[in-house]
Design a protein around this ligand. Structure first.
Ligand code: SF4
Length: 396
């Protein structure tokens, strides 16, 4: 499957350090008291990784990210107990808050009074009320946002694209996600709601670059939230993110950024520090290049974790997978390590080997095929065995 055009970032035209930064053409929207888009500074944001219902821990995350300089902090909401925790967090923090609706778009109504922005994933709208047209659901979200003075993010993710876009664009993931994002902009435009932005993310920075460039050509007026999802652990996660941000921001594309890194909860402020450093480097013309073979060899992708992580051993496991597979560094194989059972099963489908974490076991997959679930103490030898088999198969 072609996931991106053959052009690699190393062969892309690198903007001259002497060139003035191009003007962003997006309109300005408002998230609480934060102006975003147009000539406003590029905002830096992140997400609480703790379970939302553990409200003290989540409030600590909000404070930690705020102190690191976050302009906006996102929290995942899966049900009524999360909404209750969010209300308590709102009472105890002045941070600008955003929520991720995930599967249940109806949660927009109870959360809206407590937040400044609501993110919905077009790929998740079909999970509930399957007979209700998507346009109705989007119009309803827009009305809720309008009533509570919230912004909306259309958050498209290549790993969870609505099924009919895959059918319309067979073998062209970029076409599918760009078209999905543009269609949802039109749905919001039809309601007269303008206080929205778009994100188009993937774990491959090359896809992120191409998709955001194509979208910005179609809709230069719509502010863009940039991010490389599941970038993984530093330093690789930082490098992947920098590749995408340099190419896009230097072309005037991108109004807010999120750096996604798989790091312990207490180190999440690093996402903000790295984001600000990348922005400062781009503004000063300090571009980093990567060698042409940067994308060759073993590729470990790992989600940044969020409130859906049910076993904190996920973070340690991601680091263990990286260390224990170093012997296979030369092989062109992708291993995905995901933190939860909500997005883990889907987000590992495109990897050669995928691991997604449950409360007591880790589920192992080869592509879309399940290889079973294993205890946290058993998974690494099993992964090694599968990796050896895969390498042997590929070399015959
Ligand atoms: S895969 Fe699950 S735990 Fe990881 S960031 Fe996505 S939703 Fe959160």
């Amino acid at each position: 499957m072609q996931r991106f055009s053959p052009a690699s970032p190393t062969r892309m035209e690198t903007p001259s350090p002497a060139s003035p930064a191009p003007t962003r053409r997006s309109r300005t929207i408002r998230i609480g008291d934060l102006a975003l888009g147009g000539s406003a500074p590029i905002a830096v944001q992140s997400m609480a990784a703790t379970r939302t219902q553990d409200r003290e821990a989540t409030l600590r995350q909000v404070h930690l990210l705020e102190e690191a300089g976050a302009d906006l902090v996102r929290i995942a909401i899966d049900g009524a107990a999360d909404v209750e925790a969010l209300a308590w967090i709102r009472q105890n923090s002045k941070a600008r808050l955003s929520v991720d609706l995930q599967e249940n778009y109806r949660l927009a109504l109870p959360v809206a009074p407590y937040v400044d922005k609501i993110r919905y994933n077009p790929g998740h709208l079909h999970h509930h009320e399957k007979d209700r047209p998507v346009a109705d659901k989007v119009a309803w979200i827009a009305q809720v946002a309008r009533d509570h003075d919230c912004a909306v993010r259309i958050g498209v993710n290549a790993g969870s694209i609505a099924p009919h876009y895959k059918e319309r664009f067979p073998g062209d993931d970029v076409g599918a996600i760009v078209s999905c994002a543009a269609d949802h902009c039109e749905l919001l435009d039809d309601t007269g709601f303008e206080n929205y932005l778009v994100s188009i993310k993937d774990s491959d920075p090359r896809l992120v670059i191409e998709a955001n460039e194509r979208f910005a050509e179609l809709r230069p007026d719509v502010p863009l939230h940039l991010g490389v999802t599941e970038a993984g652990m530093p330093p690789d996660g930082v490098i992947k993110t920098r590749i995408a941000f340099e190419q896009l921001i230097a072309r005037g594309i991108g109004d807010t950024i999120r750096v996604s890194l798989t790091v312990p909860f207490d180190d999440k402020g690093l996402e903000i520090e790295v984001g600000r450093q990348i922005l400062a480097d781009i503004a000063a013309g300090r571009f980093r290049s990567v060698p042409p073979n940067f994308f060759d060899g073993l590729n470990i992708i790992a989600c940044p974790s969020c409130s859906r992580v049910e076993n904190e051993r996920f973070i340690e496991l991601a680091a263990d997978v990286k260390r224990e597979t170093e012997w296979a560094a030369e092989h062109d194989i992708t291993i995905a390590v995901m933190g939860c059972r909500v997005n883990g099963p889907g987000e590992t489908d495109d990897a050669d080997l995928g691991l997604w974490c449950g409360p007591t076991t880790v589920n192992l997959k080869q592509g879309t095929r399940s290889l079973g679930s294993f205890g946290y103490d058993q998974i690494l030898p099993r992964l090694r065995a599968e990796l050896e088999t895969l390498i042997a198969e590929k070399s015959t």
